[in-house]
Every structure is written in structure tokens, then in C-alpha cells.
Write a protein that binds this ligand. Structure first.
Ligand code: FAD
Length: 549
């Protein structure tokens, strides 16, 4: 009988621990060693912001498994406070240094799995070393303690982690300024979708500064590029992460074009005995099929499982990555999958973006909340390229349906045919996802032409008549400059007023506009409906003015 396989794993959290436990289930005899630099393995990094805010009260609640438990259940040999400082691929061994006493040992492997994650980006801004970052339980404990001592905080970076930290510092009673160099918060979303988050942040007292970078951090201030100085007892840096490739690079492993460890379809690196998973690696992007960096827990866990399968001799699959992500900011939820419109606009791909603003469930049943949904699809084959949803209830469910549709190759118009669970407390007979499908079907079949918010001014200049088909009561609260108000139910009586001019109609969210456009079109008029209606137009205007500040 051959000796049991020696598998060594560097990094004992998402990808690393998934690989370890899955491998044990598949191979009862393998020697599995996990080496983790921090003081904990298998901790909930995604829960760290909520520990800072006090929602998760005990540090132990962040730790899903201890080395002792992992030994008892899985016979895993887990070493915390053990940093791998070198890999020798030719000798098949790693060098490990204790972070407690500095003692160095070597451990041999037959297969090595790298799951070192990603490290927070630390730009060369003077004083940036004062910025706290959040990656480990120890970081969270330090940040929670610092939050308890301070009154003013500046969070640099309004991505997923920056937003979550901001919310949790507010929960701790701090006065928080959120600074983002990009012209909007949550840059993976399109600006007109992200603007709702600014409202929500401001509603909770957060000062939001977008489109301005930080140039210096002093002992008690953060200095912005425009010269303003923000008081800051506490500074948090959340400007993104970079794959932790130092060990891989030093070992001579191939690094991909985006700076992550290059891996093949079974997660093997350029060395046939070394696998890599998680945030440290490059993935295949599902929309472009190109190499990309997507740092998300689901993918790390999935890759860890697949590596264990491969080591155990199973046939594995590696689907490309969609980057499905979600974040809660106080009472608002924002989620996305695939590519944003602004990213697609930089390519030569032809796409259509559509907006809708449905309720999460039937409005006659109490508690319905409105969401904003955006679907982007390829105009040539109607393949779904991305979606974004912002709202309160039911956002997670809709983004996951669309992510599943994308994975299955379901086309934008085919969303209309999905049979989704419905009873009044949960949805409408036409679910928001179905509605997006109906819209895609209408547009792609040519039965409805739409204009986007940014096209309105140009078309008005070209002589298009702008008609607001809402009620006078709604119009009194605001409309688009230059629009005439003819409620949808009165259109027939006003036909003569239009003459030969082409017409742009709009309502609140696009639905009555669609009815108006269908009617006018039947009556021989050249007509287009404003995509997403006045709500999308307003969001677009506000996002544009925020970014031009
Ligand atoms: P990690 O889980 O980061 O594990 C890497 C481990 O390797 C670390 O513990 C590190 O200490 C260790 N290590 C590194 N170098 C060495 C070395 N030389 N020797 C020994 N050990 C080493 N993703 C989501 O999908 N949803 C979320 O809500 C979400 N929230 C997040 C919130 C925070 C605050 C953070 C930090 C991340 C969040 N993520 C979230 C991202 C998610 O946690 C990562 O995508 C995922 O953990 C990556 O798994 P990984 O195994 O690649 O790396």
C-alpha cells in the first residue's frame, strides 16, 4: 500500500478550509496540514464589519471552527500563527515561521494548495499607515476598540467593505465621512443605481464625499485633494484588495495578466503539484471570457472544493465567474451580477440597458417596497450581460434568479417565461424578473422603442416632442424641463396637437409610458418611451450632478 498523500494548505479560511474538509470527506487517509498566519482559521471574514458595529457581540461568534474541532472531526493538522515564508517547488516543501516565537520549520508536500487571499491595497499616501484595514479577526478587534475611543471617523473607499464599515461605525455612534475617489459610491454599479445608497447614507448622518481623493493622513486629520481637511480620530482604508501573490511569485509560479496567480481549469498553477484558489487567483470572467480578479467568498469556497475533488481523482468543472455580489447599507440593499453598463460602454459590444422600478410584492398586501432594477443584455443574441438591483425587500432573490439565468444561458427575453413562486406577501403574479423579460421582449421584437435618460436632451434638440403622461398631481411635484403634460387617458383627444413631430413619452417608471407609446404608435405616430421613466431620469440627473461636483 502506498503512503498517504501529504497535502499542505496555505491559508485556513474560505478556500483553504473548504479544500481541507472536502478532501477529508473524499480521502480518509490523506495527511492534511493547514498553515495559517493569523491566530484563527475558518473565521467569518464577511462578518467582521458587523463585529465592529456590535451586531455580532462576541469575537468567538466569528470563529466557525477551531483547530481542535477540526482535528476532532476531520483529523486535520491545523497550525495557526504559522506563516509560510517560502515555497521550494523542486524539493516539494514549504518553510514555516511561527509568528509567536519565530521558530522556522519545513514541511514536505505531495500537493500544495495556495489560498492566501488578497491583501488590502495600501497606496503611497503620506500617513496612510494610520489607516486601519479589515482582513482578520484581530483587525476587527482593533478597529472595534478604536471605534470605542473615537468620535470622528473617515472611511476611505466606498466599495462593499467601505460601505459596511461605514454603517457599522455609525452604529457605534461615530460621526463618519465616507470618501471615494471615483465619482460615485459602490463603483461596480452604474451611477444612477448607486445614487440611492448616497441618500441612505446621508439619511443616517454619513457625510459622503465622492470624486475626491485623499492626499495625506495626519495625526488627527485626513487631507483631501481639494485642500479640505477632515477631522479623523479614526481612519479606515478600504480602497480595494490585491491578490496576495508574494509567495507564489518568489516560488517562480506564473502570474496572470491581472496580477493574480495564473491557474488552469482544474486550479493548477504553472507547477503541476501546486494548486491555487480564492482571491489570490485569476478567474475566467463569464461575460468577456478574459482573465479577471473577482474577490468573493462563494468562488473561493467553490474552488477549494474543486481542488479537493481533483486531488481525490474526480473529474471537476470550473464554470466562469459572474461576480454576483450584494451589500446592505442600513435599510437599502444593492446587488449586482455580471458587467455594469459603464464597463460595457468601454467595449465595442452592442448592448441594451433597461430599467424598471417594481414593488417586491403585490401592493395591496401590506409592506410592499419599491426596488430599482437594471438589466443589460446583448442586442445581437439577447444574452444577459449584467444586472443591478437596489431596494429594500426581495433584492437578493431577484439578483440570484438573474445570476442563475445567466449561468444557464437563459436569454433576456426568456426571463419573461420563468415560473417564479408567487403569493401576495412574496411577489406579484408578474415577478420583477418576469417584467424585465417582458421589457426585453418588447424592445427586441421592435414593438416598443425606448430612449435612455441621457438621450433626452439631444432628441428634444432634434425636434422630438416630450410628453409627460402622468397625472397633473404627479407633474406638480416635478417633471422634465420642456415636457407638456397629457395624461395617458387623455392622449386620444390631443392627437392633433402633435402634428408630424416624433414624440417621446414618459411616466413615473415606464409602464404608463409604454401604454402611451403603444397607443400612439398604433395611431401612426413615431414614438419612443423613456426607459425607466421619470424615476430613472431623476436618478441619472442626480448622479451626474454629484459626479460633476
Ligand atoms: P481568505 O479567506 O482571505 O484567507 C486567506 C488566509 O490566508 C488569511 O487568513 C491569511 O492570514 C492567510 N495567509 C496569507 N498568507 C499566508 C502565509 N504566507 N502563510 C500562512 N497563512 C497565510 N465576500 C463575499 O462574497 N461576501 C461578503 O459579504 C464579503 N465580505 C467581506 C468582508 C470583509 C471585511 C472581507 C475582508 C472580505 C469579505 N469578502 C466577502 C471577501 C471574502 O472574504 C473573500 O473573497 C474570501 O475569504 C477569499 O477566500 P480566500 O481563501 O482566497 O482568502
Amino acid at each position: 500500500m502506498s503512503d498517504p498523500k501529504r497535502v499542505v494548505i496555505i491559508g485556513g479560511v474560505a478556500g483553504g478550509m473548504s479544500a481541507a474538509t472536502r478532501l477529508r470527506r473524499l480521502d480518509p487517509t490523506a495527511s492534511i496540514t493547514v498553515l495559517e498566519r493569523s491566530g484563527n482559521v475558518s473565521f467569518a471574514n464577511c462578518g467582521l464589519p458587523y463585529f465592529v458595529g456590535g451586531l455580532i457581540e462576541e469575537e468567538e461568534d466569528l470563529i466557525l471552527q477551531t483547530p481542535q474541532q477540526l482535528f476532532e472531526r476531520f483529523r486535520l493538522d491545523v497550525h495557526v500563527n504559522s506563516e509560510v515564508v517560502g515555497i521550494d517547488p523542486s524539493a516539494h516543501q514549504v518553510e514555516v515561521r511561527s509568528t509567536i516565537d519565530g521558530e522556522v520549520t519545513t514541511i514536505a508536500y505531495d500537493a500544495l494548495i495556495l489560498s492566501m487571499g488578497a491583501a488590502p491595497v495600501r497606496p503611497p499616501i503620506p500617513g496612510y499607515e494610520r489607516a486601519a484595514t479589515l482582513r482578520t479577526v484581530e483587525d476587527a478587534a482593533l478597529l472595534a476598540a478604536a471605534a470605542g475611543r473615537g468620535a470622528n471617523a473617515v472611511v476611505i473607499g466606498a466599495g462593499f467593505i467601505g460601505l459596511e464599515v461605514t454603517e457599522n461605525l455609525i452604529e457605534q455612534g461615530l460621526s463618519v465621512t465616507l470618501v471615494e475617489a471615483a465619482p460615485q459610491v459602490l463603483p461596480p454599479l452604474d451611477p444612477e443605481m448607486a445614487i440611492t445608497l448616497v441618500d441612505e447614507l446621508e439619511r443616517h448622518g454619513v457625510r459622503v464625499e465622492v470624486g475626491v481623493g485623499v492626499i495625506e493622513i495626519t495625526e488627527d486629520e485626513v487631507v483631501l485633494a481639494d485642500g479640505r481637511r477632515l477631522r479623523a480620530d479614526l481612519v479606515v482604508g478600504a480602497i480595494g484588495v490585491r491578490p496576495d501573490v508574494r509567495l507564489a511569485e518568489a516560488a517562480g509560479l506564473a502570474i496572470g495578466p491581472k496580477g493574480g496567480i495564473a491557474i488552469d481549469e482544474v486550479n493548477l498553477t504553472s507547477d503541476p503539484s501546486i494548486y491555487a484558489v480564492g482571491d489570490a487567483t485569476e478567474k475566467v470572467d463569464a461575460v468577456s471570457q478574459a482573465s479577471s480578479l473577482i474577490a468573493l467568498a462563494n468562488i473561493a469556497n467553490r474552488q477549494g472544493r474543486r481542488v479537493a475533488d481533483h486531488i481525490a481523482g474526480l473529474v471537476t468543472r470550473t464554470p466562469p465567474s459572474l461576480g454576483t455580489a450584494i451589500v446592505k447599507v442600513f435599510d437599502v440593499v444593492a446587488a449586482s451580477v455580471g458587467w455594469s453598463e459603464k464597463r460595457l460602454a468601454e467595449t465595442d459590444r452592442s448592448y441594451q440597458a433597461i430599467h424598471s422600478h417594481p414593488f417586491d410584492h403585490a401592493t395591496y398586501y401590506p409592506g410592499a417596497t419599491r426596488m430599482s432594477a437594471k438589466l443589460i443584455y446583448d442586442t445581437d443574441d439577447l444574452g444577459i450581460l449584467g444586472a443591478q438591483i437596489v431596494g429594500q425587500n426581495g433584492v437578493d432573490k431577484r439578483i440570484d434568479v438573474i445570476a442563475t439565468a445567466m449561468a444557464a444561458g437563459i436569454k433576456a427575453d426568456e426571463l419573461a417565461d420563468l415560473e417564479l413562486a408567487y403569493a401576495p406577501p412574496f411577489s406579484s403574479a408578474k415577478d420583477p424578473v418576469n417584467m424585465l423579460g417582458y421589457m426585453a421582449e418588447n424592445i427586441s421584437s421592435g414593438s416598443c422603442e425606448v430612449v435612455t435618460a441621457n438621450e433626452v436632451d439631444g432628441l428634444v434638440a432634434d425636434g422630438w416632442k416630450l410628453v409627460d403622461v402622468r397625472t397633473p398631481g404627479e407633474v406638480a411635484l416635478g417633471t422634465i424641463d420642456g415636457a407638456v403634460n397629457i395624461p395617458v387617458d387623455e392622449l386620444r383627444e390631443h392627437l392633433a396637437e402633435f402634428g408630424e413631430d416624433p414624440i417621446m413619452v414618459f411616466c413615473a417608471v415606464g409602464q404608463r409610458g409604454h401604454t402611451a407609446a403603444a397607443l400612439l404608435s398604433e395611431l401612426g405616430k413615431k414614438v419612443r418611451n423613456l426607459d425607466g421613466g421619470y424615476v430613472t431620469w431623476t436618478a441619472w440627473q442626480r448622479a451626474s450632478s454629484l459626479s460633476s461636483h
